[in-house]
Design a binder for this molecule. Structure first.
Ligand code: ADP
Ligand code: MG
Length: 324
């Protein structure tokens, strides 16, 4: 059988409304078997609502989803056997310890008693949960639960794994560990769809990125394609005299052939795909008699990606709602 003949996920025109809020507003995406798809977006963009519909946890108001060719609404029971989902773990037992829970999962998935204990020990160590192995799940933090969920998917190894913000709130070391595990899952033949608020995470892991904002797909590209459209780095300049900011923006725009944004009165940011152009920018500004007080180059932030693609920043939906 050809591996890519059937898409792991194929969704068309998904819509979900909560009252008057169109949380997901016509999302289409497809994920080839054996790949990692990163659904990237700010808080409130509709990532969780989307993933819940893909994973049979919530019913779309419109649109359709096929998982390995099976319809999520008509063939739900088959789809559920093909997917692993973070968050399902709590369904075992909150009062049992992490070790006991993992061992039970091992037994459920066909390991012998001895092997499931060994596996549970290994996984708890690997995920930095060794010290907490005797603690009941009810005393686990959100971050610990997410790590345990991922440990479970390593036992179950379902063909398709959904991970909703697997590394949000984790320390850098554990985060890197999670990334390694996710890559291993894919090497082992699984397909992964994950959501994230972090551009670098999507860049590190995903074969394809679906960028969503306010319930809509803003861009769908490879990490390299996305970076080409926004520049691989972001130039930040502060002019000494705020009166020069507009001129500085115009000149920088000209040299970089990119959209420059005035972040504050005297600070501007611009996407830059070639750091070599920095000298050109500085020379042009100097020739125009503009003095800088500060300069730096960063990785572009998610907000800057949105600006480069849509001409406006990303909107944190909760903030927007709060402001009326
Ligand atoms: N169960 C719900 N009831 C009402 N509104 C919801 C519910 N779930 C999500 N929303 C709203 O839908 C929007 C998208 O939320 P969500 O999918 O959780 O975003 P994300 O996961 O990208 O942070 C937000 O405005 C959120 O407040
Ligand atoms: Mg979410």
């Amino acid at each position: 059988m050809e591996n890519n003949a059937v898409l792991a996920v194929e969704a068309h025109g998904l819509v979900k409304t909560f009252g008057r809020n169109r949380a997901v507003d016509g999302v289409s995406l497809s994920v080839p078997t054996g790949s990692i798809c990163g659904v990237l977006g700010p808080n409130g963009a509709g990532k969780t609502t989307t993933i819940n519909m893909l994973a049979t946890l919530s019913k779309p108001d419109a649109g359709n989803v096929k998982i390995f060719g099976y319809d999520v609404l008509r063939e739900t029971h088959i789809v559920r056997q093909l997917i692993g989902l973070t968050g399902q773990f709590a369904s075992i037992d909150e009062e049992l310890t992490a070790f006991q829970n993992l061992t039970i999962f091992g037994r459920l998935y066909g390991y012998s008693c001895k092997d499931s204990k060994r596996k549970a020990n290994e996984l708890l160590e690997e995920f930095g949960l060794g010290d907490a192995m005797g603690r009941s799940l009810s005393k686990f933090s959100g971050g610990m639960r997410r790590r345990l969920d991922l440990a479970v998917s390593l036992i179950a190894r379902p063909p398709l794994i959904f991970l909703d913000e697997p590394t949000t709130g984790l320390d850098p070391r554990t985060r890197t560990q999670m990334w390694r595990t996710i890559r291993d899952l894919v090497k082992g033949g699984s397909t992964v769809l994950l959501t994230t608020q972090y551009l670098d995470e999507a860049d590190q892991l995903a074969d394809d990125i679906v960028l969503i904002d306010r319930g809509r797909v803003v861009a769908n590209d490879t990490p390299d394609g996305l970076k080409r459209s926004v520049g691989s780095s972001s130039l930040h300049l502060t002019v000494k005299n705020a009166d020069n900011a507009a001129d500085a923006a115009r000149i920088t725009e000209c040299v970089l052939c990119a959209r420059v944004r005035l972040a504050k009165a005297s600070e501007l940011t611009a996407p830059m795909d070639d750091i070599g152009k920095l000298t050109d920018v500085l020379t042009a500004l100097k020739d125009a008699g503009i003095t800088l007080s500060w300069i730096n180059i960063f990785q572009p932030t998610l907000d800057e990606v949105f600006f480069a693609l849509t001409g406006e920043g990303s909107k944190d939906k909760k903030e927007e709602n709060q402001n009326g």
